[in-house]
Design a protein. Structure first.
Length: 145
């Protein structure tokens, strides 16, 4: 019977030791799983941040491209509209485009004055072969046609 008791005691000891080892393995597995989950979360966060930065860059570039394209289209439309509009003054066998007179007025103003042209009023007087102007409501001048 002594042998039987020893076998039972040994079995209990083996069972206890096995249970302790299983419990230790479970704790180690849980700890490893937590570490792995934390690493995965960190990697996912980095990936998300990188994706967000890339998306932001792409959106910024797309917006800039769209703005440039819109500006070019607006300029092209304005040019087409200007090309279709023309005013001419005819007198004494001559013909002068109003656009050319306006450009001459602006050039004359810039040559003789400082500042920018904000408003322009042009009075074409064919009998004098001249265009009289008032720039910014103050500066008066004359250009020959």
């Amino acid at each position: 019977m002594a042998d039987t008791k020893n076998v039972k005691e040994v079995a209990v000891e083996v069972k206890t030791a096995a249970a302790e080892k299983v419990e230790k393995a479970v704790k180690e597995t849980k700890t490893a799983a937590k570490k792995t989950a934390a690493k995965a979360k960190t990697a996912a966060d980095k990936g998300a941040a990188k994706a967000k930065a890339t998306a932001k860059k792409t959106a910024t570039k797309a917006k800039a491209t769209a703005e440039k394209t819109a500006a070019k289209a607006k300029t092209a439309a304005k040019k087409v509209a200007e090309d279709k509009q023309a005013v001419f003054v005819e007198y004494a066998g001559k013909q002068v485009a109003a656009k050319d007179v306006l450009e001459a007025v602006k050039a004359d103003f810039k040559a003789n004055n400082k500042g920018t042209v904000r408003t322009v009023q042009v009075y074409i007087k064919p009998e004098d072969n001249a265009a009289y102007y008032v720039v910014n409501g103050k500066v008066e001048g004359k250009v020959d046609l």
